[in-house]
Design a protein around this ligand. Structure first.
Ligand code: SF4
Length: 297
């Protein structure tokens, strides 16, 4: 909204959605390239702008213990609030509206597509928000989840979890499942991913919030990158922390995925993580957790 300036001249706004807290001049895009200052508000310009739509097995999200054998209509847009140098989806995560082709889908249209897919194949159970970072246009996740629920469809979130707590509080009761990336357990690793100060704390708070949500099945993933987050001490600390959250759930435990890095984007010349490293770190996590999966091995 306009302040005390001339009529029609909007104010700058500080975006409240993630710890980056971009200061957006009138008309400016945020770092994620999915939100813009429109009339003094941080508006999700990426809302309903779909770049990717595919029916994926639930295990591909990855969700190992949420309706195994089922499928999710997986939807992605563009934009992300991080710049992980190893991003495998960088063509959409680092894109803006002019860099990729997209089509607009309203939440009701997305839910109708999922319902139609379920009609053709009863293994389809709902929608996954994935591929780019869904939380930079979290309002689309919220509205789609409401539309999905009306049709008896589930909603899954695949996310870096890097958002401020009020938005997660609003989304959590609408989610049936989530897989949150916990990229590492040090602020330095998040800094290497282009994250703003406080991002690790925000991700931890997201995981804690979803772990406490009775209706949300929760899985967590760490991509193990050689020389960056592949120490036993780091994975041991993550697993011990996740195990502590299980105590408050009183039901199924958090599933932890330790996955193998393959060269992508700015780390295209790096070597893949040795399979032996991934398996050794999974064994470390098993000291604390009952459900540990290895990925990409
Ligand atoms: S969501 Fe984060 S990166 Fe995007 S505009 Fe808001 S503060 Fe900036």
């Amino acid at each position: 909204m306009s302040g005390g300036g001339a009529p029609g001249v909007a104010d700058a706004v500080v975006c409240p959605v993630c710890p980056r807290h971009c200061r957006l001049a009138p008309g400016a895009l945020g770092r994620c390239r999915a939100r813009r200052n429109v009339d003094g508000r941080s508006v999700p310009e990426g809302y309903g702008r779909v770049t990717s739509l595919a029916l994926d097995p639930v295990e591909k999200k990855p969700l190992a213990r949420f309706h195994p054998g089922s499928y999710l209509l997986s939807v992605g847009s563009y934009g992300c609030n991080l710049t992980c140098p190893f991003c495998q989806n960088h063509r959409i995560s680092q894109a803006g509206e002019g860099d990729v082709s997209w089509r607009r889908l309203r939440p009701e249209e997305l839910a109708a597509l999922a319902e139609e897919a379920r009609r053709r194949d009863p293994r389809v159970i709902g929608i996954a928000h994935t591929y780019n970072e869904p939380l930079v246009a979290w309002e689309f996740v919220r509205d789609s989840a409401l539309a999905a629920r009306e049709r008896g469809l589930v909603t899954a979130l695949v996310s870096n979890g890097c958002a401020c707590s009020g938005f997660i509080d609003e989304l959590a009761p609408l989610l049936d499942a989530a897989n949150i990336d916990l990229k590492g357990f040090s602020p330095a690793f998040y800094e290497a991913c282009g994250a703003a100060e406080g991002s690790l704390d925000a991700v931890r708070a997201t995981i804690e919030r979803l772990a406490a949500e009775p209706g949300c099945h929760l899985e967590v993933t760490t991509l193990v990158v050689p020389g960056m987050n592949d120490s036993e001490a780091e994975v041991d600390a993550i697993a011990a922390w996740l195990a502590g959250l299980n105590g408050g759930r009183g039901r199924e435990e958090i599933v932890y995925h330790v996955t193998r890095f393959f060269p992508h984007w700015r780390m295209a010349d790096a070597a893949p993580t040795p399979v032996t490293t991934v398996r050794r770190l999974a064994d470390v996590a098993c000291r604390h957790l009952a459900h540990v999966c290895v990925g990409n091995c």
